[in-house]
Write a protein that binds this ligand. Structure first.
Ligand code: FES
Length: 169
C-alpha cells in the first residue's frame, strides 16, 4: 500500500475533513460498494413497560470491513452513500472486534457498539460514550478515483514508526 500526499484527484469525493493537506493517504483497495451499508441494518427497538428495549436480531451481519493500512488494523464502515468511516479495529476497552459491532444512532451521534461489552464509540470522533478515559483511534476517509478505479483512502498524520527498525534511520 503506497501512501500519497496528493490532493484528491478529479472525480474523487471528499467524505471526511480534508483540511490537513500534509496528511499521508493510503489506498485500502476497497471499493466503496464493497462495504455493507449500515443504514440497511440498523437495530430495532420496541417500547415495553420497562422502557425502550432492543429487539434481538436472528442474523448477525458483519458491517465493518477490516483492512490494515500503515500498519494499523482498521474497520471501515459505510452509512448511506456519503458517509464512510475508519476506526481502529480492536476495541480500546478490552480487545473486542469493532468490525463486528452494530452501528446505531445514540443522541444523534452515529456510533459503533463493540460486540463484546456493547460500549458505543462515536464514529466521527472515536469518543467512548461510557467513559471519557477511552477513545478509539479514528481516521479521515476519502473516496478517490485512480486509473478509473474508485477506492477508499485513509489519511494519517505520518508513517507508523513501529514499521521501522531504529537502524533504518
Ligand atoms: S471490549 Fe469493547 S467495550 Fe469492552
Amino acid at each position: 500500500m503506497f501512501p500519497s500526499t496528493h490532493p484528491p484527484s478529479m472525480g474523487s469525493m471528499g467524505l471526511a475533513s480534508n483540511n490537513a493537506p500534509d496528511m499521508l493517504w493510503f489506498d485500502t483497495f476497497v471499493h466503496p460498494d464493497e462495504i455493507v451499508d449500515s443504514k440497511d441494518h440498523m437495530p430495532e427497538y420496541e417500547y415495553t413497560v420497562t422502557g425502550l428495549k432492543r429487539i434481538k436480531k436472528r442474523d448477525r451481519i458483519q458491517l465493518g470491513t477490516p483492512v490494515v493500512v500503515n500498519g494499523k488494523a482498521l474497520a471501515l464502515f459505510r452509512h448511506g452513500d456519503k458517509h464512510f468511516f475508519a476506526i481502529q479495529q480492536i476495541c480500546p476497552h478490552a480487545g473486542g472486534n469493532l468490525a463486528m459491532g452494530d452501528i446505531e444512532e445514540i443522541d444523534r451521534m452515529l456510533c459503533v457498539s463493540c460486540p463484546r461489552h456493547k460500549w458505543p464509540f462515536v464514529l466521527h470522533t472515536g469518543d467512548c460514550l461510557v467513559t471519557e478515559d477511552l477513545r478509539a483511534e479514528q481516521y479521515p476517509v476519502e473516496i478517490r478515483t485512480t486509473n478509473g478505479l474508485r477506492s477508499i483512502f485513509v489519511g494519517f498524520s505520518g508513517l507508523n514508526q513501529t514499521l521501522f527498525y531504529e537502524d533504518d534511520f
